[in-house]
Write a protein that binds this ligand. Structure first.
Ligand code: ADQ
Length: 483
C-alpha cells in the first residue's frame, strides 16, 4: 500500500538528551502545529532533522534517538554542527528567510553556505530515496528544502511530489536579486504540485519562473519541456475544533487569574483585574514587527492617556534562531523597549506590559486566547499567521477583537478583523481604541463570520485539498529531465 512521506526541516518533536536518556516534547511553530493532526490521522512517515549535532552523539545514543523518533512515526536526518550552522542558520535563515520577507538589508549571500545548503538538501533527499516506494506521495515543506523536489524527481518518476511554501514568495524584482535564482526555481519545479498560502505568492512565483527560466504558464500549469507542474494556492487552516473545544473546557473550569498563576506565569502580580488584556504572540522574529508593535502601543498610551491603568499588553515571544545575530540584536532591543515603556508609564498598581520570553504549553495558550479582549498581531510580513486564526477559534462566546496586519497571508481570509498597516502607528493607536470600545454585538457579528470560515477551512481541509490536487496533477507515465 502506498504511503505519505512528510518532509520538513524540523520534526514535530524536539529531543532532549540528559545523562544518556532521550526524551521528547512537541515542537512549536506554524508548520509543526499545522501538520501534526495530518500526521496523526494518516499512514505517514515524517522525515526531518533530528535536532542534535552528529559529532556529539555516540552509536548507543543514536539508536535511542532513532527508536524515540520511530515511536512517533518519524525518521531523523543527521547533520553535523557545521552543516546546521551553514545550511540552517546560514543560507536558510540569513539568506532565504530575510529575502523572501523583503528584508533585503538583512540578506547575505555567501558561497559556502549555499554549497552546504545543496549538500544538506541532498542528505534529506537520500533519506527519502531510501524509504520511498513506487506510488508513494511525498509532501516537502518550506524554504529550507527548495532543492529537494528535483533531487527526488531526477531519481524517481513513479512517485508524486508535492511542495508547500509556508512563507511568502517575493515579487520577481526581489527574488531576482539572489545569485542562485535559477537553481532554486529548478529545484522547486521537480514537484508535480507547488502550493502557496495566497494567490499573490503564487503569481510572484509564476512571474519569476517565466522571467528567469522562460517557462510559460496557463491555468495554473507550467509547461516544461516534457512535463507540467501545477501551481496553486492553499491557505493553511488550523485544527479549529481542538482550539474551540479546549477553550470551552477551559472556560468551564477556571477563572483566568487562577489559571495563569497555576501555570507558572506569576512573574507579575495580577494587580488589576479590571485591565483589559491586549494579547501579542509570536516567535521572536524581526518579520513579526514586535518592536513596531511596542512603539505603537507606547504611542497609543500617549495619545489616549485615559486608557492608562485600564489596559495591559501581554506579550509572548517564543525564543527562535537565537544564534543568528539579527535575532540577538532584536532580543536586546525588545528587552530595552519593554523596560523603557514600563518605566515610563508604570504605576504602583499597574504595569502596562507583561512580557514573557518562552514557549508555552497548549493550555496556557488557550488561557491567554480566551482571556484577552483584544489580539494585536502586526507582522511586517507573514506567510499566513496561524495565531490570528487560533485566537478567533478560541472565542467560544464570540467576544474579542482581532487587530491584524494587512501584510499577513491570513488577512486575505479575515476581512472581518480590524486590518492595519504595521508601519502606521497613528492607525494602530486609533484601531486599538476602536477595538477596546467596540460594542459586544459588533464583536459577535464579526467573529461569527470568521469562525464559520475557519471551521470550514480547517487544517484537515487544507491537507485534503492539497493531497487531492497532488493526486490529480501527477502523471507517472511522463518522463522529465530538469537539469
Ligand atoms: P511561524 O512564523 O512560526 O510559522 P505562525 O503561523 O503564527 O508563525 O505560527 C506560530 C505557531 O506557534 C502557532 O501555532 C502558535 O500557537 C504557536 N506559538 C506561538 N507562540 C507560542 C508560545 N509562546 N508557546 C507555544 N506555542 C506558541 C510559519 C510562517 C507563517 C505560517 C506558518 C504556517 O512564518 O507565516 O503561518 O509557518 O504555514
Amino acid at each position: 500500500m502506498s504511503k505519505t512521506i512528510i518532509i520538513s526541516n524540523r520534526l514535530p518533536l524536539q529531543l532532549h538528551i540528559d545523562n544518556k536518556i532521550v526524551t521528547s516534547t512537541p515542537s512549536v511553530g506554524g508548520l509543526a502545529t499545522g501538520m501534526k493532526p495530518v500526521h496523526a490521522a494518516n499512514d505517514s512517515i515524517w522525515i526531518g532533522w533530528n535536532g542534535v549535532n552528529e559529532e556529539e552523539i555516540d552509536d548507543s545514543i543514536k539508536a535511542k534517538i532513532d527508536s524515540t523518533l520511530l515511536a512517533h512515526k518519524c525518521l531523523g536526518v543527521s547533520l553535523t554542527k557545521k552543516e546546521v550552522d551553514e545550511y540552517y542558520y546560514g543560507f536558510s535563515n540569513t539568506t532565504l528567510w530575510p529575502l523572501f520577507h523583503y528584508f533585503l538589508e538583512y540578506t547575505e549571500f555567501e558561497k559556502h553556505t549555499w554549497e552546504t545548503y545543496q549538500v544538506v538538501n541532498q542528505k534529506f533527499a537520500n533519506v527519502i530515496l531510501d524509504t520511498v516506494e513506487s506510488g508513494d506521495r511525498i509532501w516537502i515543506h518550506d524554504y529550507q528544502l527548495l532543492l529537494v523536489p528535483n533531487l527526488i524527481r531526477k531519481k524517481r518518476s513513479d512517485v508524486s511530489i508535492g511542495f508547500f511554501l509556508h512563507i511568502p514568495f517575493p515579487s520577481y524584482e526581489v527574488f531576482r536579486t539572489i545569485p542562485c535564482r535559477e537553481a532554486l526555481l529548478q529545484g522547486m519545479l521537480g514537484a508535480d504540485l507547488l502550493g502557496f498560502h495566497t494567490y499573490d505568492y503564487e503569481r510572484h512565483f509564476l512571474s519569476s519562473v517565466q522571467r528567469i527560466l522562460g517557462y510559460d504558464s496557463s491555468f495554473n500549469t507550467i509547461t516544461l519541456d516534457n512535463r507540467s507542474v501545477k501551481v496553486d494556492s492553499f491557505p493553511m487552516g488550523i485544527d479549529y475544533d481542538n482550539f474551540h473545544e479546549s477553550a470551552k473546557l477551559h472556560n468551564a473550569k477556571e477563572k483566568r487569574d487562577k489559571s495563569i498563576i497555576q501555570q507558572g506565569l506569576d512573574k507579575h502580580q495580577l494587580d488589576n483585574d479590571q485591565a483589559k488584556l491586549i494579547l501579542s504572540i509570536d516567535r521572536l522574529d524581526y518579520t513579526k514587527g514586535i518592536d513596531k508593535r511596542l512603539r505603537a502601543f507606547e504611542y497609543f498610551l500617549e495619545k489616549y492617556p485615559e486608557f492608562k491603568g485600564k489596559v495591559r499588553l501581554v506579550m509572548l515571544a517564543v525564543p527562535s534562531r537565537a544564534k543568528v545575530p539579527q535575532y540577538q540584536r532584536l532580543k536586546k532591543e525588545i528587552d530595552q523597549l519593554v523596560g523603557r515603556i514600563n518605566g515610563k508609564f508604570a504605576e504602583i498598581s499597574w504595569t502596562p506590559i507583561w512580557y514573557f520570553y518562552r514557549s508555552l504549553p497548549f493550555e496556557n495558550l488557550i488561557d491567554l486566547y480566551t482571556s484577552s479582549e483584544v489580539a494585536l498581531l502586526t507582522p511586517i510580513r507573514d506567510g499566513m499567521n496561524l495565531v490570528a486564526k487560533e485566537y478567533i477559534a478560541s472565542k467560544v462566546d464570540k467576544k474579542g477583537v482581532l487587530i491584524l496586519s494587512e501584510m499577513t497571508g491570513a488577512a486575505n481570509e479575515m476581512s472581518e478583523a480590524l486590518l492595519i498597516n504595521p508601519n502606521n502607528f497613528e492607525e494602530i493607536a486609533d484601531t486599538l481604541k476602536l477595538a477596546l470600545e467596540m460594542p459586544e454585538k459588533e464583536q459577535i457579528k464579526r467573529n461569527s463570520a470568521l469562525q464559520k470560515r475557519l471551521k470550514r477551512y480547517n487544517v484537515d481541509k487544507w491537507a485534503t485539498d492539497f493531497m487531492e490536487a497532488l493526486k490529480s496533477s501527477t502523471h507517472h507515465d511522463k518522463r522529465y529531465t530538469l537539469q
